[in-house]
Design a protein around this ligand. Sequence first.
Ligand code: GLA
Length: 670
Amino acid sequence: MFSDGRLCFGGDYNPEQWPASVWAEDVALMRQARVNLVTVGVFAWSRLEPAPGRYTFDWLDEVLDLLHAGGIRVALATPTASPPPWFSAAHPGALPVTADGVRLHHGSRDTYCAAAPAYRTAALRIAGALADRYAHHPALALWHVHNEYGTICHCEHTARAFRRWLADRHGDLAALNDAWVTSFWSQHYSDWAQISTPRATQYLANPGQLLDFRRFWSDTLLAAYREQRDLLHAANPAIPITTNYVLGDWVPVDHARWAAEVDLVAVDHYPSAVDIGAEEQTALVADLARGWARHGNRHRGTTGPTGRASAWLLMESAPNQIHTAGRMHTKEPGRMIRHSLAHVARGSHGAMFFQWRAPTGGAERFHSALVPHAGPDSRVFREATELGAALQQLTEVGGDVEATVAIAVHAPSGWALRHPGLPSQRLDHQQETAAAHRALWHAGHGCDIVLPGDPLDGYRLLVLPALYLVSDATAQWVREYVEGGGHLLATYLSAVADEHARVRLGGYPGALRDVLGVWVEEFHPLAEHDHVRLHGGGTGRIWAESLRLTGAQVIDAYDGGVLDGRPAITRHRTGAGTAWYVSTRPDDDTYRRLLDEVARSAGVTPVCPGAPAGVEAVRRRGDDASWLFLFNHTDSPQQVPARGTDLLTATPVDQVVQLTPGGVAVLREH
Ligand code: GLA
């Protein structure tokens, strides 16, 4: 973002919620904390356009000028995620409709249908007015379009757009009927007008329709983003443009496909765990963001679609409390800094927060902020100031993250595994991805997230975590990788269905039976608290299978029950490579040991072989330097063998880094 390599630090700033008298103090405090970038105006539509076509920019002029005078740059948002009440009153037909046919009312945010022409017109109008006024403002560093695209609608506008999209995708009704297998339950469509969005229905819905609706909706939201982006770009092509991704398995957006449309991938991350799970999730999300960013963001100076380096930014995170399991959990001292630097270690161009100052009212009145209700004389603000200083020390860090393991993720596979009528309701591509990533993270191995079809040069191990939808092209991509000498680990349910979610015949795992050297005859989904024992001493949960070997050898077998003695984990040497198959979800310890063994047998070495348990190591490699990030996630001091200069303390390290409990070190390595 900054041409001098400075990392971004700041967050959502909502001056419209405060009297002008607070703004000067805001800028003074931002300077004190070394904040250098703030997102302004995300939800300020009713303040910017109090009546249709009547704009009040005076307050924003003043705020931007104040920020500029203070040396703080601005990510100026288009406020289109929260239309004002006048819009909803004038266009009730643009309010969103749920799958049950209920039209939602104004009163929160995101009360619009992204396919409604009136909404799209109003959104473009306010975006255009902002572009006209601020595209050349000296404080402007980045356009931030909308906020967290992700809400769904089932209104008639949507249904019409869905039919158009389907006609484009399938060409004719015969192809659609074939893809959706409408011969089942008399669903054959003889006219496009008969097709609706997958509204609430009597019993199980059609999986092909559900899947295409998700794809369509992701494309519809993307079209809404693109319209605004093109308008902003035309106003000043020098200003990069992004939108912040919201994460979660409910999100109907294929973020990977969006990456080519933004100049910088921006993600919001609020871990749902409060224990070590928060660190595991942080690592996964940062690896995901980097993986998406490799998919061709347009940002100048980045490597592009196939190279590894890529630009992304942690756009929102929580300075303190996170809301999980029915309560707010206060972050322990030091944790905000550790999480932020863990994102930076994995390539984020900084650490941004929601939000700058805690509001007195509104739905998120107790959401944490860099300036909390208690004011700046507070632990959180002091830690924010420490973080600002730490980020300044890391300006020189660059290059790519060291990783020779790739995990393949695929949003449509995630969506398809949430459909009704599957053999278990506990199947989850995201959870399987997280389990594999967690196992590798605990074993100390660096991971990249890739998409089916990505170049795999340089990766020694490819993991397919319940990659359910595998097209012929994806199967060929896997086959070529293994035959060329790659190591593969695929888990249950991978390659079972094609790209339309139609089950492949002839035995599971459909398209990859030959590569894996196994033939799965029957599934044995497990009940919630059930497990299967493995001969090697571990357990498996969620799922088990009866499989036959067609070339693979047994690495571990089921122990007891109907599957007693049958293969559970197998290995197949094929071509110049090796393909492992895991037919259950091993417990975390077993999975860590297994993935460590598989990785090592593939020639993968941990990032920092001497790091003790609980210490995370991430290495960045530039053209002529490397940097080692070390995070102590334990409550005790830890020692790590390493050499270099700790950039955070500016001290040389000869043999061993001493990490305080919860501490971080960033070494420029010799
Ligand atoms: C999201 C939104 C913010 C805010 C936070 C709260 O990331 O973008 O506006 O609602 O969640 O966690």
